[in-house]
Ligand binder design. Sequence first.
Ligand SMILES: NC(=O)c1ccc[n+]([C@@H]2O[C@H](COP(=O)([O-])OP(=O)(O)OC[C@H]3O[C@@H](n4cnc5c(N)ncnc54)[C@H](OP(=O)(O)O)[C@@H]3O)[C@@H](O)[C@H]2O)c1
Length: 373
Amino acid sequence: MRDLPIILLGIGGVGRCLLRQIMAQRAFHALNYEVSLAVLAVADRDGAVIEPDDGLSDDLLAELCAFKEAGGRLADHALGGPQGDLTGIVDIAGRAGTIVVDCTASTATVPALLYALDQQYKVVLANKKPLTLDQEVYDRLTTAGATGRNGQAPVRHLGRARWEATVGAGLPVIATLNRLMASGDEIERIAGAFSGTLGYVMSGLQAGEAFSAVVRAAHRLGYTEPDPRDDLGGVDVARKALILARGLGRRLDLEDVTVEGLYPASMAPLTVDEFMAALPDLDANFAARVADAAAQGGVLRYAAVIDAAGCRVGPVVVPANSPLGLLQGTDNLVSFSTRWYTPTPLVIQGRGAGGDATAAGVLSDIMELAFTA
Ligand SMILES: NC(=O)c1ccc[n+]([C@@H]2O[C@H](COP(=O)([O-])OP(=O)(O)OC[C@H]3O[C@@H](n4cnc5c(N)ncnc54)[C@H](OP(=O)(O)O)[C@@H]3O)[C@@H](O)[C@H]2O)c1
């Protein structure tokens, strides 16, 4: 049985689902892969619990999940302590073969991730932010360990990092992109719906609901962030589009992604309550856009499109009978139009959010790296 050491940064919704899946799949991974995942350290924003030798026991991991679910801080846990230095945690807890897993939503993990790769460890990301900072950080994260001619990492070679869960949660979007690239296929266009929240809003508009009503319902149902503008602004989708575009080899920054949000800049300074109250001002415009789309035989979808013209995110009119046009509700969808996948694109569709689906994508990445040098 081979030991597979894990350091987990972030023990929120996804991190806890991951720990529970690791525990639930122990016998499966032992029997089929002959590996045993040992969680050496778990960190939240200002605390950590570390057991570099034997790893944290399953009883303790289950207790930590319950403790975090109840709102606890690892800094206050009997076996935990404060931390202000994730790199130090990787340094203390890491050993040969360690996989550092980023389930935070923070850029503060970047030094620890780069340090881990410098130590020849491996990295798995559910967190989009490290991959959407400077191109240089993206390059270092995604190609570390891939040595090519003159010691330069070849752009296309996968190194010691995986980041499947950053786009479409557990859906195999990044793996598919990398496989298409590896075959030398020419990807002409990627179009996708990567926000369950915005999918819900667009489906509601298509069904004839007023924009204000559908946004308020999404807010009430917990589909949106506490401030719905965090979803409606489109920046989270833009980060996913940037990760895909960079995966194609485009050298772009977040500022290069054209983003059209679903509310005007004049509504940005409002409080959340004022914003919710002002939503009906947008109803007539959206109703007209939906009617215009229908008159063209299309429907309105919030999509990310990457093609020869660039990388953009916003509402687009798509044919009603296209994969994107047929998409309903909160599902995610990505379609790859390539030299070989034409006229029918390669389409991946399914649940694109949720702790367990996301954690399953992370766990698959961990298992893939377990067998990668
Ligand atoms: N949920 C989904 O459906 C989904 C789908 C795809 C991708 N993702 C991505 O997965 C990541 C995790 O999502 P989530 O839903 O689990 O978020 P979450 O519930 O907000 O959990 C985030 C965790 O990260 C910790 N954290 C924040 N800043 C930190 C720092 N500087 N150092 C160490 N830990 C830090 C938080 O600590 P505290 O507990 O102390 O606050 C918390 O434990 C995010 O990047 C998200 O975008 C989520």
